[in-house]
Design a protein around this ligand. Structure first.
Ligand SMILES: [Zn+2]
Length: 292
């Protein structure tokens, strides 16, 4: 657990994303939820021992940010961008059903097995409070400026807390661990990094990796640009995505960092998805079809 502001914390060593919370004078506000069920229930109990959890804000629809929502049930309102609400269940079950998840946990996290599909947690808890561009919540003495910043995913959201000097970006920032560009719009992502740069904050809490400062945003942008330039070189020579993937992909030349937080099992699949996503988006852009 890392303190990132006077009253705000993030956990950078869980399997999955960096779930975070701010302790206000009127209860807690969480940003994303712990991926592993046992981590989620431990968090909830420790917080609710002190104060109620008023809101849980999801920054994006990837499973490591939303699957713990199920364990935050007692009067916690879930907040998300309107597109996140629409795609919530599709993403939640993208890596299999509850039964498949339970079987996987028998190998990877035995403490969580009994909590998967437990009758006390019948709901998956998608966002019920949504917004298009921005939403401001005032909780106790804190302000939460919730801002749609598409990039890493279409509903991608940043949560700025001015009183803490902190912004929580989800996976628009991967700090010194492998960047996931498997479904991103890379040009929107670069624009989002500029928007984050313009915020009046000291500390950035990334989706993965240690908290960092604005100086890292340039490097994050460079990684996105490296990938786009690399794949564009193939597109310009008429090389298809399948053909690119027949040869070794020069991953570490585009992005030097190792894959973070127990995600190594998806390493090969990630490279495949990045190449296919960027290839299609670059082709579409050149054909004037837009990326949406
Ligand atoms: Zn993500």
């Amino acid at each position: 657990m890392r303190r990132v502001g006077p009253n705000s914390y993030t956990e950078v060593y869980f399997a999955g994303c960096n779930p975070s919370f701010v302790e206000t004078s009127d209860g807690y506000v969480m940003i994303d939820s712990p991926q592993q069920p046992i981590d989620a229930v431990r968090w909830r109990e420790r917080m609710e021992d002190k104060a109620p959890i008023r809101y849980l804000i999801n920054t994006e629809p990837h499973g490591d940010h939303i699957s713990g929502n199920a364990y935050f049930t007692n009067n916690t309102q879930v907040v998300g961008q309107v597109k996140l609400q629409e795609c919530f269940e599709r993403y939640l079950f993208a890596f299999g059903s509850l039964d498949e998840k339970r079987e996987r946990f028998k190998e990877t996290d035995p403490d969580s097995v009994w909590l998967v599909g437990h009758p006390d947690y019948p709901a998956v808890n998608p966002p019920t409070l949504t917004f298009d561009d921005t939403l401001t919540l005032n909780v106790g003495n804190h302000t939460f400026n919730i801002i749609h910043m598409p990039g890493h995913t279409a509903p991608q959201t940043s949560v700025l807390v001015p009183e803490e000097g902190v912004v929580f970006t989800g996976d628009n920032v991967f700090h010194r661990c492998r960047s996931w560009l498997q479904e991103c719009d890379p040009w929107e992502w670069l624009a989002a990094l500029k928007s984050i740069e313009a915020l009046d904050v000291e500390t950035i809490v990334p989706g993965h990796g240690e908290p960092c400062g604005k100086a890292y945003l340039k490097e994050q942008g460079q990684i996105v640009e490296n990938w786009v330039g690399y794949i564009e070189g193939f597109v310009d020579r008429g090389v298809s995505a399948d053909e690119i993937l027949k040869q070794p992909v020069e991953v570490t030349k585009q992005d030097p960092y190792p894959i973070g937080q127990r995600l190594f099992v998806l390493d090969g699949r990630l490279t495949d998805m990045i190449v296919r996503n960027l290839h299609k988006r670059i082709l579409d852009k050149k054909a004037g079809r837009g990326a949406a």
